[in-house]
Design a protein around this ligand. Structure first.
Ligand code: DC
Length: 214
């Protein structure tokens, strides 16, 4: 049996950092599935289609080349995140990206994936499932500081409104909504720094490994 770690949660919860560090700790490949939706959203915009054009978005998803996405700076913008959240609501987009993600999760030796529906849809049999969250104000503040450090100016209130809108859309959609899997462990990082959050995440994984005899 492989060690498969599913890390889900809302925008700016710290799930990406936690997933990347878990992957490093256990020597596993890591897939940030948000990048797939971000790449699809940006392609739709660049090709001049509307984000609610499901057929155009599904075609973009089918033609997606996943290599190199992690190095693409354009995918880190707020515009890409917003476009991602919009195209992610289309069932045809989700099904076009399903196989790729499931194959990543099933590779020999195991894997770490982070996103919104990893523990529920992509890898329901994952060894360890974490649902990482934090209060919206705290997530907005973290994201705001990150952007500020990169010289990008945005009003905190706008950042918070953006986070709340994303949460609502991601959790409220019909297709694979963001939801904590029944057997996922909730990790609320509101009052934690990244070190404490990572330690807590590792303990959750260790408990799951012991339970699975891995
Ligand atoms: O994790 P992120 O902020 O990069 O994700 C961007 C958007 O992509 C998010 O608002 C919803 C969508 N997404 C999704 O629907 N399912 C996933 N597994 C990952 C991301």
């Amino acid at each position: 049996m492989n060690l498969v770690i599913a890390v889900d949660g809302p925008a700016a919860s710290g799930k990406g950092t936690i997933a990347a560090r878990l992957a490093q700790t256990y020597g596993l490949p890591h897939l940030d599935t948000g990048l797939l939706y971000r790449a699809v959203g940006l392609k739709v915009v660049r090709d001049g289609h509307a984000l609610d054009d499901e057929a155009a978005a599904a075609a973009a998803a089918r033609s997606l080349v996943p290599a190199g996405l992690a190095e693409d700076e354009r995918l880190t913008t707020g515009e890409a995140g917003e476009a991602a959240s919009r195209v992610a609501g289309h069932p045809a987009v989700r099904s076009a990206l399903l196989e790729l993600q499931q194959a990543f999760a099933a590779q020999p030796g195991g894997a770490v994936l982070d996103g919104r529906d990893i523990g529920t849809v992509i890898a329901p049999e994952a060894t360890a499932k974490l649902f990482v969250t934090a209060a919206p104000e705290v997530r907005a503040e973290r994201r705001w500081k990150q952007l500020n450090a990169r010289g990008i100016e945005i009003a905190f209130e706008d950042m918070l409104a953006d986070i709340r809108r994303r949460d609502e859309r991601d959790a409220g959609r019909g297709a694979a909504p963001m939801i904590q899997a029944e057997d996922a462990v909730l990790l609320d990082t509101t009052d934690m720094g990244i070190e404490a959050a990572f330690d807590a995440a590792r303990r959750i994984v260790e408990t799951a490994r012991a339970r699975h005899g891995l």
